[in-house]
Design a protein. Structure first.
Length: 122
């Protein structure tokens, strides 16, 4: 069963997104139109991480190169879903509308002083 607070956050986020889309629709003339975006740059924790933590662990703390992506059968973070939903198939080939640069790492926090981490790499 989902905690009640999580339901409230989801409902609030949905309301904000719906309200914003009604106030600032992404029409071709709008500054929020997909045509004005070349890339999505993401920072975050496990909700956004695309297996970067595993790469860091396997490579002694060396960060993966920009644009490095490991396809996971079981896990598709929200940023990858955005990229998948903002493109088109042309002649059977998928063409994403923008490039994803994800620098998120599972376990990341804003401050190790406030939320101490026990992992050496995080």
């Amino acid at each position: 069963m989902m905690p009640r607070m999580f339901e409230v956050v989801l409902a609030s986020a949905s309301f904000i997104l719906c309200t914003a889309s009604q106030i600032c629709p992404a029409t071709p003339a709008s500054p929020w139109s997909l045509a004005h975006f070349d890339a999505l740059v993401a920072f975050g924790d496990s909700y956004t991480d695309e297996v970067r933590l595993a790469y860091l662990i396997e490579h002694n703390g060396t960060a993966p190169p920009p644009g490095h992506f490991v396809e996971s059968v079981d896990y598709h973070p929200w940023v990858r879903q955005v990229i998948r939903c903002t493109g088109e198939t042309v002649n059977g080939v998928w063409n994403p509308a923008m490039k994803l640069y994800s620098y998120a790492v599972a376990g990341a926090v804003c401050s190790n002083s406030i939320t101490p981490r026990y992992g050496r790499l995080v």
